[in-house]
Design a protein around this ligand. Structure first.
Ligand SMILES: Nc1ncnc2c1ncn2[C@@H]1O[C@H](COP(=O)(O)OP(=O)(O)OP(=O)(O)O)[C@@H](O)[C@H]1O
Ligand SMILES: [Mg+2]
Length: 317
């Protein structure tokens, strides 16, 4: 049995659909004017890659998903690890500007868009600016407003999240159409993954929204059994304490190819496409795309802007 078939069998999912390759993406209409799409609907689908604990593999996974999704449609990668950004490293670019300039009032969001690869652009997060990790609501609102301008130009928006449970981090996830929650088999990472689910659910409910739970991805698993045990344990606590059903999207093996590719400043799907982890990432991307198909995005920028406006508007007694 080939490695590809073997991986697919371990994940118990079907053969990936043929993709359209590098077909050019047509520029989109102004989404706010679409007569039958409604005012809060657009073709750009947003996906946040999050985790409670740091170092679970969010940036590595996002870099690979960006390289896979850009072949499905024009993609934008948003580095939401503001202040400790490193998404640019995986694509070997050296951005001149970042969200630090946007927050300083020197640049608009569309002015920091940095080309990474064919059909892939980056919104750089900025490094070494501690204040970016704790933005004010009006600053998040400003980012949201700027995003509404660039989003319609893309088919996919991938958000590389910061670790942790800060309001800002969870707000980025809650503003996206879909969130991937990354955990490793470490008990500390699993505990923090559950904490993320809890805070995410509460924050969405506080905004009056019952959103779909994030989809779980188990990274750095030794084998399929270990990954399925991790998934089952998190599903159990989520059912018991949140009364919600957690879906496991897939798992990725522990694979030194991730490290080697990062050292070469590229994603593992670009650097070592035949490695077990790259092939498992392809399956995760395929499943994710299936989940997003047939649904328009709600507009991450518009959601972020609306959420932040609501938060800073005093509520009536
Ligand atoms: N499947 C894997 N196999 C082996 N090593 C991996 C795997 N996934 C990630 N790593 C390694 O784990 C480390 C952390 O990865 P990464 O920076 O992507 O995590 P992160 O969640 O973005 O971290 P942070 O929370 O600091 O942003 C890196 O050294 C990376 O090479
Ligand atoms: Mg990271």
């Amino acid at each position: 049995m080939g490695r590809w078939d073997h991986t697919r069998q371990l994940l118990r999912i079907g053969r990936p659909a043929e993709t359209g390759g590098d077909a050019p993406v047509e520029p989109f209409d102004d989404w706010s004017r679409g007569p039958d799409r409604g005012p809060r609907s657009m073709r750009c689908r947003s996906i946040c890659i999050a985790s409670g604990k740091g170092g679970t593999g969010k940036s590595s996974i996002t870099a690979s998903l960006a390289d896979l999704f850009r072949h499905k449609g024009r993609a934008l990668l948003l580095d939401a690890d503001l202040g400790c950004a490193n998404a640019h490293i995986f694509h070997d670019v050296h951005p001149d500007h970042s969200f630090a300039d946007v927050i300083a009032g020197d640049r608009e969001v569309h002015e920091i868009v940095t080309a990474c690869a064919p059909d892939l652009d980056l919104l750089p997060g900025g490094s070494g600016v501690g204040r970016l990790a704790g933005l004010q609501e009006y600053e998040l609102e400003m980012i949201g407003r700027g995003l509404t301008r660039v989003e319609p130009l893309y088919a996919y928006l991938l958000v590389d999240s910061a670790a942790g449970l800060s309001r800002q981090t969870v707000a980025f996830a809650a503003a996206c159409d879909q969130t991937l929650l990354v955990t490793t088999p470490d008990v500390t990472a699993m505990t923090d993954a559950y904490a993320f689910l809890k805070v995410f659910t509460r924050q969405c409910e506080a905004l009056g929204e019952r959103r779909a739970l994030p989809l779980l991805v188990v990274n750095r698993a030794a084998n399929a059994d270990e990954a399925s045990q991790v998934g089952a344990r998190l599903q159990e606590v989520t059912r018991k304490f949140l009364d919600r059903r957690l879906e496991v999207l897939g798992w990725l093996p522990e694979d030194r190819a991730v490290f080697r590719s990062t050292q070469q400043r590229q994603s593992v799907v670009a650097g070592e496409p035949d490695s077990p982890v790259a092939q498992a990432l392809e399956l995760v991307a395929t499943k994710l795309e299936e989940r997003l198909q047939g649904e328009d995005g709600a507009g991450m920028g518009a959601r972020l802007e609306a959420m932040s406006t609501r938060e800073r508007t005093p509520r009536r007694a």
